[in-house]
Design a protein around this ligand. Sequence first.
Ligand code: KMH
Ligand code: ZN
Length: 275
Amino acid sequence: MTNTLITVAPTGAESEKAAVPALPVTLDELVTTAKECQAAGAAVIHVHIRDGDAHPTLDLARLTDTVAALRQGTDLIVQLSTGGAVTDSFESRLAVLDAAPDACSLTCGTVNFGDDVFMNPWNFISELYAKTRDRGVVPEFELFDFGHIATLHRLLADQGLPHGGHVHCDLVMGVPGGMPGNAATLTQAVAALPEGATWSATGIGRTSVPVMFAALAAGGHLRVGMEDTLSYARGRPVTGNAELVERAATLAGLAQRPAMRPQQARVMLGVGAHD
Ligand code: KMH
Ligand code: ZN
């Protein structure tokens, strides 16, 4: 059994700073969180950024500065979100790769997203994947539903393996409109993944803890963070991302699969060292 890759998704695009004061939205807050989460056991950071008013943005200069600051302050693998917010254009989402991150998210299909729709039509997915290969950015395939797994198979059959030569997926479970976050669904989804793929799982909201237990039992990896979960327990708000990473690392240790260090994660994911 391998050690456990822990990804932290500290911010997301959905929560408002005014409603969630602990959410890291400035570059300083993000780097401080990233350092704490690395110390707690994270190896990858999934990054959404905010503008000066704490609204989600895909501004290229800010993204580029963010990649540089996270690299300077931590050893974490920097994975930029190409999902952005549901209001972001396909063009701006493709342009995220111009910030030259180590890795990026790549969602393999459209999904109802609460009252919104997170749009990922085939042509966009295909163009984004081609750009990751062209730019040497390692994609993580975000799978919100079973049809997304079928699209991942189509993508790999069409264009071949990603940069780095390894397929790593993240099962995003419990989004209202996507697959539910429970052990039975996780088992079925894992069985449908491409041969040789590694995978993490993320349970949104109250599915966070059951999905973590199911993923560890099934040999998977973990993604946690305030993008996905704002309650540590019923009636107890999360006070910061580090406590979510600490809990994940504790559970991984109990499962006899302690948290992977960033260097080990680079080898597993096929992410090279940066300059
Ligand atoms: N914010 C969601 C609409 C990703 O980062 O790639 C999309 C999302 C997925 O968070
Ligand atoms: Zn995201």
